[in-house]
Design a binder for this molecule. Sequence first.
Ligand SMILES: CC(C)(COP(=O)(O)OP(=O)(O)OC[C@H]1O[C@@H](n2cnc3c(N)ncnc32)[C@H](O)[C@@H]1OP(=O)(O)O)[C@@H](O)C(=O)NCCC(=O)NCCS
Length: 168
Amino acid sequence: MLIRPEMPHDIAAIRDVIKKAFDRPTEANLVDILRDRNVLTLSLVATEGDCAIGHIAFSPVTVGKENSSFKAVGLAPVAVLPEYQRRGIGSQLIEMGLKKCQKAGQNAVFVLGSPGFYARFGFVAAATYGISYEGDVPPEAFMVKELSPGILGDRPGIAHYQPEFQMC
Ligand SMILES: CC(C)(COP(=O)(O)OP(=O)(O)OC[C@H]1O[C@@H](n2cnc3c(N)ncnc32)[C@H](O)[C@@H]1OP(=O)(O)O)[C@@H](O)C(=O)NCCC(=O)NCCS
C-alpha cells in the first residue's frame, strides 16, 4: 500500500472510492467541487498496485477575521473502500495528511466527525479554544488539532469552511 498525492489520472478512481465508502455521491461531489474551485489544499490517495483504495482531502478553513498569518484546513472527507477498511489505511491517510499539512505550514486542522475516532490523532473539541462551527452540529463533533503549538490560544471565533459544509 502506497500513499501519495493525487494525480490527474486518479480522479475517476478517487470518486469511485469515496462513493463506495459512503454509499452515496455527496462526498465525492464535494471533492470534485473543491478541486474545480482550486481549493483542494491536499488530496492524498492510497493505492495497492494500480488501484485506488483510499483517499483523504483537506481544504481551507478560516476562523474569525481574515489574517494572512493564520493558515488552517479542514479534513474532509476520508474514505477507504469497504473491503479494505479496518486495516489501518484510514489512520495512515490521516497521519500522513496531518504531517504534510504541518510541513506545508498549516497552523491547525479542523474536522467535523466522531470524537471517538479523531481523538486518537490528537483532535480535541474546538470549543476548548472558544472556536465554534457556523452550522448546526453537535458541539463535540467539531474538533481541531493544533499543528503550531499554542496557535489557537488567542483565536476564539466562528470557523468557516470554504466553500461547503463538510461533515466527515
Ligand atoms: C472512516 C474510515 C475512513 C476509516 O478507515 P479504516 O481504514 O477502516 O480505519 P482504520 O483501520 O485505520 O481504523 C479503524 C478504526 O476506526 C474506527 N472507525 C471507523 N469509522 C468510524 C466512525 N465513523 N466513527 C468512529 N469510529 C470509526 C473503527 O471502529 C476502528 O476502530 P478500532 O481500531 O478501535 O477497531 C472508513 O471506515 C470509511 O471509509 N468509512 C466510510 C466513510 C466515512 O464515514 N468517513 C468519515 C469517517 S468520520
